[in-house]
Each structure stands twice: as structure tokens, then as C-alpha cells.
Ligand binder design. Structure first.
Ligand code: CAA
Length: 390
């Protein structure tokens, strides 16, 4: 049975900063940000968007009445959960008006959470072929103002509907994965910013790719020539390029140039949004599918998922006949084009805003946030969400 991506969509908050302005404000050469790191813009999330609202906004555009009937598993991958106990999937289930006979859980392993969700979802559909599984990948990447990691922040969500006989991409059976207990990036429960050993995290990302790729080659006898493109987890858009580079000399010129050129296209949206942790790999896949106009049905796409700490996985998909008709390309381009640029000072103000933690209430104005679903306030330690259309 074919199982894979039936629908895919994303959401980014309505504000962004220009990386040239951020570089100037930090006293850095703008070329370091735009060329060395490879980021042009970075999403700025208002206090009215958290990982629940972003995931719900991403999913809202995908789900139709048939899907509502068939979804019986909602899996929320995030490292920016809003509660130590309750899963974000439970809130999203209710905000989308999905039925109650649904399993709703959260998966966590840094940027690997959504890949774990996809593999769990595939297993669920293999056992229950008529089910559909909603996978959500939603995160807010925060390192702190004027830190080395600041240039690799971002915010956004990707929603993926998994089903049998998928319309966009069948996920193939073979995958290779590995886990190693290392401290390259983590976020203690008391901290709202990540702690990172930047250079070490880069090295481990590259090393994990080499390991899972070599295990994949051995397991399948496939080579780079079997791939039309490889999408990478993109904490910043130069990162995947660094992992691919050591392998280029083992490829023919044609294959190397195809993978390099498709890699560049696969960074299109990520350059404008920044790191969205567990959704980054899938935003890269979406960038490729919606911007590479020569992709053909039957093409094999590689996917490299890396979640610091660390778990890495290499897996693959085959594009389905007519996949392009099932993408939401125009809406995604419009969403990005309609965002509002803010100044570095405005971004800093948003960054420093905090929700009350002492049980006091706060209400937020719906006019300040154009998104359909938003955080309308906090009351008695409970987040209040609103869907403007319901
Ligand atoms: N013009 C052009 N390029 C320039 C330049 C200039 N004027 N100045 C510097 N550069 C280049 C540098 O040469 C370098 O390029 P190379 O990597 O090709 O050598 C690049 O810009 C970055 O410069 P630095 O290495 O000096 O940057 P930095 O020390 O300030 O930090 C970082 C970069 C380590 C990525 C840091 O931003 C960081 O810690 N980010 C968070 C961690 C992260 O994203 N890690 C990625 C792997 S872990 C992961 O994937 C999980 C996850 O999502 C977090």
C-alpha cells in the first residue's frame, strides 16, 4: 500500500525583519547574514501567535469535510510546546473542529519531532488504511537578542496530511536513522531560549548526514544518481550545503549539478522565514515542490532530518502523478508577500514581550494580528484561543 503526503501547507507570522537591517544593527557585515548564513528575512512572531495557533493556521487551509471524517490521529511535533503536560494537538483538534474520536499527542526531539510524527503516522495508516493522520510541525526558534544564534531564529508551522494513495508524495519504506547522546543544542525547562554550541552543532549535523547516508546506501544499493533532489533540515540555508559538499566529488558532474541546483531551490521559503526547527525540513520540501517547475512524477526526493541532541534520519519519497495540482502554491506565495516588514527595534519589542505567569489575565486585540486563529489572551493560567471564522 502506498502511504505518504496527501496535502501539505504552511503558516508564517505576518511580520518579518530584513537581515541586512539586523546585521547593521548588530555591527556585522550584511554579507555574513545573507551569504555566509544564507538568510534574507526572518519571521517575527507576535505575542498572539504561539505554536498552537501557527499549527492550527497551517492546517486550516488543508482540511476539507472528507478529511475531518477520516482524521483519527493528530500528532504535534515541537520543541516549543506551550505546556509541560497537555499536547498542542489537543488544542488544534478543537480549534479545527475535528471529531472527538481522535488520538492527539505531542512528539519531541528538537527538530526531529515531525519526522518521528510522520513515521508514527505511516505505521498508523498501515494498520488502519482508511484513516488520515494530521502531522503538525510548529516552532519558534529563539536564541536571544545579539547572540551568535540570533541570525538563525524564525517562527512558523507546517501541516501535513498523511493518507494511503497520497496525491503528492509516497514515502518509501526504507529509511536509516541514528541516535547519539550529545549536547550540541538544548533548552532546559526553565529557559525560553536555546543553549547551543554552534560549531559543534554544525559538525554533528554534517557527521550525522554522512552516517545515515552511508547506512542508506548500504541498505538499498542506491546512490546519489537515484535522486532528483535532497532536502535538508535547514536551521539556516547554508547548513544543508555544508553537509552535501563533501559528497559532491563522489558524484558525476551531472548529478552534482542537479543536486546543487535543486538544493538552492529547496531553500527558497526558508531564506525568508528562518529556522522553524521541526518544520524546517518540510518547509524546504515545500520550497522545492512549489518552485522547481521541472520536477516530474516518479522523481525520488531524499529527506535528511536532524534533531540536535541528537537523532538523525534519512528517508525518501516518490512524487505522484499530478502532484502539482494538489499544492497550495499561490496561497503560500501570497502569505509571504503580504507580510509586513518591521524595524529591528519593533522586532526587539516583540521578542521581549512575555505572557503573564502569575495567574493574572490579559486580553489581546484581534485587529493587531491578521491570522484567522490567534491567542486572544490568558485567564487563570489558561491560554484563550479564537478562530475569527467560527
Ligand atoms: N561575507 C561573507 N561571508 C561571511 C562574512 C562576510 N563578511 N563574514 C562571515 N562569513 C561567513 C563565514 O565565513 C561562515 O561561512 P562558512 O561556514 O562557510 O565558513 C559563515 O559566514 C558564518 O560565520 P561564522 O561561522 O563566523 O558565524 P558565527 O560563529 O557567528 O555562528 C552559527 C554561526 C554557528 C550557525 C550560529 O549562528 C549558531 O550557533 N546558530 C544556532 C545553531 C545552529 O543553527 N546549528 C546548526 C546545526 S544544529 C541544527 O540543525 C538543529 C537546529 O535547528 C538548531
Amino acid at each position: 500500500m502506498k502511504i505518504g503526503i496527501d496535502k501539505i501547507g504552511f503558516f508564517a507570522p505576518h511580520m518579518y525583519i530584513d537581515m541586512v537591517n539586523l546585521a547593521e544593527a548588530r555591527g556585522d557585515d550584511p554579507l555574513k547574514y545573507t551569504k555566509g548564513i544564507g538568510q534574507d528575512e526572518m519571521a517575527v512572531n507576535p505575542v498572539t501567535q504561539d505554536t498552537v495557533t501557527m499549527a492550527a493556521n497551517a492546517a486550516l487551509q488543508l482540511i476539507d469535510e472528507t478529511d475531518r471524517e477520516k482524521i483519527d490521529f493528530v500528532i504535534f511535533g515541537t520543541e516549543t510546546g506551550i505546556d509541560h503536560s497537555k499536547a498542542g494537538a489537543v488544542y488544534v483538534n478543537s480549534l479545527l473542529g475535528l471529531k472527538k474520536n481522535v488520538r492527539a499527542i505531542e512528539t519531541k526531539q528538537a527538530c526531529y519531532g515531525a519526522t518521528a510524527a510522520i513515521q508514527l503516522g505511516r505505521g498508523h495508516i498501515a494498520l488502519n488504511p482508511d484513516s488520515k493522520v494530521l502531522v503538525l510541525a510548529s516552532d519558534i526558534a529563539r536564541y536571544g537578542l545579539a547572540t551568535p544564534g540570533e541570525v538563525t531564529q524564525g517562527a512558523g508551522a507546517v501541516a501535513i496530511l498523511l493518507s494511503k494513495d497520497p496525491k503528492i508524495m509516497t514515502i518509501e519504506q526504507e529509511s536509516t536513522y541514528q541516535t547519539d547522546d550529545i549536547m550540541d543544542f538544548w533548552r532546559p525547562v526553565y529557559s525560553d531560549v536555546a543553549i547551543v554550541d554552534g560549531k559543534y552543532s554544525n559538525d554533528k549535523y554534517i557527521e550525522f548526514f554522512a552516517d545515515v547516508w552511508s547506512a542508506y546506501k548500504e541498505k538499498t544499493n542506491r546512490d546519489f544518481s537515484d535522486f532528483e533532489a535532497i532536502c535538508f533540515h535547514l536551521p539556516y540555508t547554508r547548513m544543508g550545503e555544508k553537509a552535501l559538499k563533501p559528497h559532491l566529488e563522489s558524484m558525476s558532474e551531472d548529478v552534482a549539478s542537479r543536486l546543487e541546483s535543486n538544493y538552492k531551490i529547496s531553500t527558497t521559503y526558508n531564506r525568508l522565514v528562518g529556522n522553524i526547527y521541526t518544520g524546517s525540513l518540510y518547509l524546504s520540501l515545500l520550497s522545492l515542490l512549489e518552485n522547481q517547475t521541472d520536477l516530474k512524477a516518479g522523481a525520488r526526493i531524499g529527506l535528511y532530518s536532524y534533531g540536535s541532541g541528537s537523532v538523525g534520519e534519512f528517508f525518501t519519497g516518490i512524487l505522484e502523478e499530478g502532484f502539482r495540482e494538489h499544492l497550495n502554491t499561490a496561497n503560500h506565495k501570497e502569505l509571504l508577500a503580504n507580510r509586513k516588514e518591521v524595524t529591528v527595534a519593533e522586532y526587539e519589542t516583540e521578542f521581549l514581550k512575555e505572557l503573564p505567569t502569575d495567574g493574572s489575565s490579559i486580553e489581546y486585540d484581534e485587529e493587531s494580528d491578521p491570522a484567522t486563529i490567534y491567542l486572544s489572551g490568558i485567564k487563570d493560567h489558561m491560554r484563550q484561543y479564537k478562530n475569527k471564522k467560527s
